[in-house]
Design a protein around this ligand. Sequence first.
Ligand code: T1G
Length: 705
Amino acid sequence: MSVVEYECVGDIGLLTLNNAPVNALSHSLRSGIVDALRMASLDQSKAIIIVGNGAMFCAGADIKEFSQTPQAPSLVDVTECIENMQKPVIAAIHGNALGGGLELALACHYRCALASAKLGLPEVKLGILPGAGGTQRAPRIIGLEHAFTLITSGNPCKAEKALSIGLIDHLVEHDQDLVAAAQKYAQQVLNEGLPIRRSSQSPIDKQNIDSDWFDKKRAELSKRARGQIAPQHIVDCLEKALNAEFVEGMQFEREAFLNCVTSEQAKAMRHLFFAQRLAAKVKGVSPDTSKRPIKSVAIIGAGTMGGGIAMNFANVGIPVTLLELSAESLTKGLQLIEKNYAISVSKGRLSESQKAQRLALISGSTSYQELNQVDLVIEAVFEDVEIKKQVFRKLDEVCKVGAILATNTSYQDVDAIAQVTKRPQDVIGLHFFSPANVMKLLEVVRGAQTADDVITTSMALATTIAKIPVLSGVCYGFIGNRLLSVYLRQSQLCLLHGATPEQVDSAMTNWGAAMGPLAMNDLAGIDIGFKARQGLSDDKKGSPEVYAIADAMYHAGRLGQKTAVGYYRYDPETRARINDPDALAIIEAQSAKFGIPRNAQTEQEILNRMIIALVNEGANVLHDGIAQRSSDIDLVYIFGYGFPAYRGGPMHYADSIGTKKVFEMVCDFASKFGNTYWTPSPLLKELAEKNLSFSDWDAQQSNSK
Ligand code: T1G
């Protein structure tokens, strides 16, 4: 079956894109389109429709070809070929028209779409920009303001919105046959003698575009997309579109595109694109493994986490029962959920009726008996393993055969929890991140006896509730928190050795992290970390100086934002973070107490201590078989811990430095600070010696299965 099919039906030519699964514009598809258009230009057709076969119109350029030598015809050639046709060309869109797929449609003279279709230019999420005329045609069709939003957000817009901003010309109702409707629309274009409308020749509406419009947009993006290069290039391209001829604008866009696509940022974001698709695959478990139906869910504990978790299921139409010990705490929990939905309504992200629909799916209970028919239970009670075991004994008594029993623990031993039930094969960890209704990451923790269908059901369910699933084995803190503990430890040791809180945090935020470790501690509450450490065995706690500063903050009543003082002082009005000499005094006192000299540290050294420690522990997590692949660890840190996507995650960042260099850095730190906390991971050592990268290791592992 060829990737392009063309037939002339009456006087309408029908060109079908046929490159499953997403009609990615590979070289063969681009060539096929040009050949078919050449055919159409010579046959008796009076108009041509371009439509996609399968799930969607077109998902854009073939991302897999980015690292290959470009082959003609390019996508720009294809769009020129379409626009220069002497017969009206109409795009008939269903499913997704994204990136180059939408650029293809923008080169068409008219566009119609099914009401369920989505249209977008998501290139910025790959660290690039639309490279086939999107930055030049979009502003000519929908104006600069809408083009700016569409291209810099990268988020798709629904067909109805697309019609309202002029991105499409004709909406086809859900229940209609798209091709038939498009043929009828094409006939209407012909009958009404509508012109061949070439968007490259349309002027850009300058209304409301005052002289500093572009600079205002640049300033807005330097906040919203801090550290990213592509968004700034996009504004440059839009400015060129306004101030230059189309051909010159296309040339400018081409150069900007090439600049971005070869950048480290684009490589990092492409890595994440494919990492997300890989993460859902579980080694050793056949993708055909059956899945248990999840039509109803119960959450034990209506606290902040329980409420947020419940919202994820109600958001996708799955009824949820929230269980609490008392009616009072249940009411509190339900009120918090209502408040969260009300905030979404106030921000225009949700309609009142959607809010009502979702709240109607969330019910409360104080009786375990009422959970005897649910398909999945997620325990989200206080982080104490004995309390969790009590809950699981109860669930084991009341839940139906085949129900999945999950724990939202962030650290505890899932196997120990499973052991208190007579059905450990039905027990799994589903570790959500706070706020659970917002954070995209879901660590799926497979226990030693967790059944394959429980794993595949949980991985698929994560996608259903719009989460990114990452599979983890059982160890203290799983993937994310196990690495976090070595990262936070280094942040404390940097303070002891002479850094200030601001130096530690800005090392991470200047690297692109949303927040530094100490500001994060102040936000989460220094008491949380302190109490968690009390439950740790000495070997996990580490030597007394490691958390001496954090403990001193706790004992000084400096718990962070909740007490307006922690590693920083917080302005009572604005909550602005202020450097606090009192905090520094506490830090210096602990250095003195342990006889540790305070020396100046460069920002790079502070950054390296935290990131390289995290990478080294990442290698241990791979070596111990806790994580399936290094790209999974990258997803955990991007979608669970606010690491910058344009760095690709800690393991990808390590590959950009080179495992040999990373190994040497670990050894240097060991010689400088001792190897208590700087023992090179055996896997890191092996990769360095063999001059292999972590992604080489991933590939080897996936080939060895
Ligand atoms: N290129 C290559 N492969 C792609 C692809 C693409 N554009 N899109 C998807 N795939 C693969 C994907 O890896 C997976 O493979 C399979 O298709 C199904 O995808 C010049 C330069 C369309 C919303 O950013 O957002 O155009 O894992 O599991 O959940 O301006 O895929 O099965 O082997 O994601 O239903 C811009 C990217 C490109 C859209 C469907 N386009 N794709 O989601 O399926 S840059 C994008 C998506 C560009 C021009 C520039 C999603 C989807 P495998 P999937 P899905």
